[in-house]
Design a protein around this ligand. Sequence first.
Ligand code: HEC
Length: 110
Amino acid sequence: MKFKIIGFTVLLAAIAGSAALAAQTSQGVVFKPTSVTLPAPGGLYTGQDAALLNSHCLTCHSAGFVNRQPKLSLAAWTAEVTKMRTVFGASIDDANIKMVAQALVDRQNK
Ligand code: HEC
């Protein structure tokens, strides 16, 4: 009786082991643990023109997302700010587009 239980346990272990092995080799993938360090989100604009940018550019993404973009010309930032309004629906008055774009250029040149 005792022998039968041990035999059954060994059989189960063998089935489980071969199933795990099959899953690993049939996919050809071996998973290993790893870790990544993401940049801090940088929630708010700080420093020069922070109030202007915080009031126009925080509804949908963080300041860090914009601060990490490549350096752009005034024309490119103007197009970018216009796109935020026309494509994504940002609430920015026509009169403020140039001012916001200039603020973004000034910050990247500091
Ligand atoms: C109404 C929501 C909204 C507001 C407000 C907003 N954005 Fe965006 N922004 C988006 C979306 C959506 C994307 C695209 C994100 C993506 O592709 O993952 C984006 C992407 C960007 C990008 C990356 C380049 C690109 O064109 O995809 C920049 C730079 C950017 N926004 C700057 C700004 C600035 C500066 C302001 C303030 C003037 C602003 N955004 C305000 C919605 C917004």
